[in-house]
Design a protein around this ligand. Structure first.
Ligand SMILES: [Zn+2]
Ligand SMILES: [Zn+2]
Length: 397
């Protein structure tokens, strides 16, 4: 997580920055984003603007709000270890925008101690806990079945009780009838897939075709699935990342040690339940897990562009060593691999920019040049299995 650094004052000359990206296969068209800065420029290097020091904050992009959401968690009302208010308090510490407490419908191991005649009870408690805060709590449940169904979460439902059905297909149909958004959970779960390979059964495909499965967890808890990402891309499902927390967020994801819970970043037109649902239906999501951003190129690259920028570029003395600063405005550390025509004076080809910080990079341009283009493979962004997009930044000195 972010490391605190001292203040920085820049006295840059007037310069123009241009950034662009292309897919690393170069099949994607470059798009160019021009940023103009006026000099002299003076600013404090990012102090943590986080209220709590752990708040998960990503910049908004292209007119959309970047909302951080965790759509999969449990309390004692199914097989979790805590009361639902703890789920709310954890989310507030992480400054999340939205959560869903999604109890298992069919698996209630605590029911001798915590009977659950009303399957909405965890939601009701969570909503009440969150009522004086900005946190959006949405109603959801986990449809918990053996293969060929596997587990699925449905959120934005209006009443969890009718989802307790004999037939799994009836639960999916009822979720759809209530306007639920339903996504496959942990399709790589080794309890159901010994090899950890996510696959679709014929039944899953039927549910997708009926519009009764609309997303898939590419990230669940402490696992990631390339195969789930392939399924999402092939079947146009929303890419989802969730904590599926049962114990405590801080323990499971080592937040005190710098870890973070997985979230789904939802690019919404408005910060409401309706806005989040519209974005999910439009598949405008990116999963964030272990400082890796997983999403479609068209969704994840605007986030990269909003996160990274060159904030200054000037030659050192009478040398032709170009001193640039790259700022990271996001919550994710970025790891870039230099694929430019230029080599660096202060490092090899890897550039790591911690969250909410800027770093100096010294570029050997050979003769002095009026402008340069730096090209990076963004290693902590995944757009398909093994695919890391390229990101270009231009600076006019
Ligand atoms: Zn599950
Ligand atoms: Zn679960």
């Amino acid at each position: 997580m972010p490391i605190s650094t001292g203040r920085l004052t820049l006295k840059a000359s007037r310069f123009t920055l241009m950034t662009s990206y292309v897919g690393n296969t170069n099949r994607f068209l470059s798009a160019f984003f021009v940023l103009l800065f006026c000099a002299p420029l003076s600013f404090a290097q990012t102090d943590h603007s986080h209220g709590s020091g752990r708040a998960i904050e990503f910049p908004d992009v292209n007119g959309f709000l970047s909302l951080t959401c965790d759509f999969h968690m449990h309390s004692v009302f199914s097989d979790g270890d805590v009361w639902p208010n703890t789920r709310v308090q954890e989310a507030q510490k992480d400054n999340l925008d939205c959560i869903a407490v999604t109890e298992h419908l069919e698996y209630l191991p605590h029911k001798a101690d915590v009977p659950v005649p009303d399957r909405n009870r965890a939601f009701d408690i969570a909503v009440n806990t969150a009522k004086n805060s900005d946190l959006i709590v949405i109603r959801g449940s986990e449809i918990t079945r053996a293969l060929p169904f596997g587990h699925a979460n449905t959120i934005f439902i209006t009443d969890a009780n009718p989802l307790v059905t004999e037939e799994a297909t009836d639960a999916y149909a009822e979720a759809q009838r209530q306007g639920g958004f339903t996504f496959m959970n942990h399709p790589n779960w080794t309890a159901q897939r010994k090899d950890g390979i996510a696959r679709l059964e014929e039944m899953n495909i039927t549910l997708i075709e009926k519009g009764q499965i609309q997303g898939i967890e590419v990230v669940n808890d402490i696992t990631y699935s390339d195969e789930a990402l392939e399924i999402a891309l092939k079947h146009n499902l929303a890419i989802i990342g969730t904590s599926d927390i049962h114990s405590l967020i801080d323990w499971q994801f080592d937040v005190p040690g710098g870890g973070h819970r997985p979230v789904t970043i939802v690019f919404a037109k408005e910060r409401t339940q309706e806005g989040i649902k519209e974005a999910l239906l439009a598949r405008r999501t990116v999963a964030w897990y272990q400082n890796t951003l997983i999403g479609r190129l068209e969704h994840v690259m605007p986030l990269v562009e909003a996160s990274l920028s060159i904030t200054s570029a000037a030659y050192q003395g009478d040398t032709s060593i170009l001193d640039i600063r790259i700022e990271n405005k996001s919550e994710s550390d970025f790891t870039l691999n230099n694929v430019s025509d230029f080599r660096f004076h202060d490092r090899a080809d890897l550039v790591v920019i911690p969250a909410h910080h800027s770093i100096q990079v010294l570029v050997k341009t050979g003769p002095r040049v009026p402008e340069i283009e730096l090209s990076f493979e963004v290693l902590n962004v995944v757009t398909a299995p093994g695919q890391h997009p390229n990101f270009k930044m231009k600076a006019t000195i």
